[in-house]
Design a protein around this ligand. Structure first.
Ligand code: XMP
Length: 336
């Protein structure tokens, strides 16, 4: 039977066997899964690893800063921040179909990792020249670490006889011409096991206890085309919801609370002495054990009221806040 310690020992050995002395990059998303995968690989092969945080422009407020600050402080890992927001937004222009969106995002992630990998090699060459070692090191990054979990594989149709429910960005969303060999040490695990492994590896509670956030970010929480303006609206509403949930002490009670912008829907409202014609925001608080099934969280009405009042007062484009009271199944947690 497994313990976090035995999983770590086993995976460290498997990672060493797979990558040898090769160079490795790991996409860090700010979430638990990629943080734990990176920590495992760092334990296995140390400096051969460079983490890459792709800023895809679909992040929540404060996300990039948090990864740069907390994760590097906790692990001392080599981190490269890669700004690819222009490329992601360009790839998403005109796209409204959820699966097309997910595949476009998955593809752009890989393009960003490829570009970042080239720079990792250049940096390494420069460093060895500067050190006068004359060694030209490894000419390429062959391995890409992903924090793929068992439920990601199943829902992307990778499980035996499983239907493709949605293509997770790091599974069904990968391009066919992928140059990297994947390292996926969490592929057999559920979220609670990943958290236990992370804690055992010494990652701080703020990282291990973080609520899930999907790799495709706010891109799959805008129902309709993703644009810079719409992202700003959703980011503002999401920041308010998160602030109030945290203030109410609900972060550990709620599994996660997606905030969704119905960008193609408008409804009539009244504010001050004028008519408004704005967009609805959906709150989707869920309770869950492993994200395979979920129930909607019976949240205190006063917290809902505060979130609703603040969003409609502070985000001009939004004039209505609605609550999603659907369990999974039949709904999924994310709307796309
Ligand atoms: P669904 O919407 O399928 O979500 O009920 C289940 C859990 O997975 C997260 N999720 C993702 N995580 N890449 C990720 O890293 C993705 O493409 C992705 N899609 C959904 C979702 O937030 C929930 O926790």
């Amino acid at each position: 039977d497994w313990t976090a310690g035995s999983i770590i020992d086993e995976q460290v050995e498997l990672i060493r066997a797979q990558v040898g002395s090769g160079r490795v990059i790991c996409g860090l998303s700010g979430g638990v899964d990629s943080a734990v995968a990176a920590a495992l690989v760092q334990k296995a092969v140390g400096d051969q690893l460079t983490c890459v945080f792709v800023d895809h422009g679909l992040l929540r407020a404060g996300e990039a800063e948090q990864v740069e600050r907390d994760y590097v402080a906790a692990t001392g890992v080599n981190l490269k921040v890669w700004d690819a927001s222009e490329a992601f937004l360009a790839a998403l222009a005109g796209v409204t179909d959820p699966e097309t969106k997910r595949k476009a995002i998955g593809r752009e992630f890989i393009r960003a990792f490829e570009a970042a990998a080239r720079e990792v090699i250049e940096d390494a060459a420069e460093a060895s020249t500067a050190a006068g070692s004359g060694a030209d090191g490894d000419g390429e990054v062959r391995f890409l670490v992903q924090g793929t979990l068992y439920p990601d594989v199943v829902e992307s149709g990778g499980g035996e006889g499983a239907a493709n429910i949605k293509s997770h960005h790091n599974v069904g969303g990968l391009p066919d011409d992928l140059q990297f060999e994947l390292v996926e040490p969490l592929r057999a695990l559920f979220k609670d096991e990943v958290r236990a492994v992370g804690a055992e590896l010494g990652l701080p509670a703020e990282i291990v206890g973080r609520q899930p956030f999907p790799g495709p970010g706010l891109g799959i929480r805008i129902i309709g085309e993703v644009t810079r303006e719409r992202l700003e609206v959703l980011r503002a509403a999401d920041a308010i919801a998160r602030e109030e949930l945290t203030a109410a002490g609900l972060d550990s009670t709620i599994w996660q609370c997606p905030v969704v912008l119905l960008a193609d829907v408008r409804s009539v409202g009244v504010q001050g002495d004028g008519r408004t014609y704005g967009h609805p925001i959906v709150l989707r608080p869920v309770s869950s054990e492993d994200a395979m099934t979920a129930d909607w969280t019976r949240m205190p009405y006063d917290v809902l009221a505060r979130i609703s009042t603040r969003i409609t007062n502070e985000v001009a484009e939004v004039n209505r806040v609605v609550l999603d009271v659907t369990s999974k199944p039949p709904g999924t947690i994310e709307w796309e």
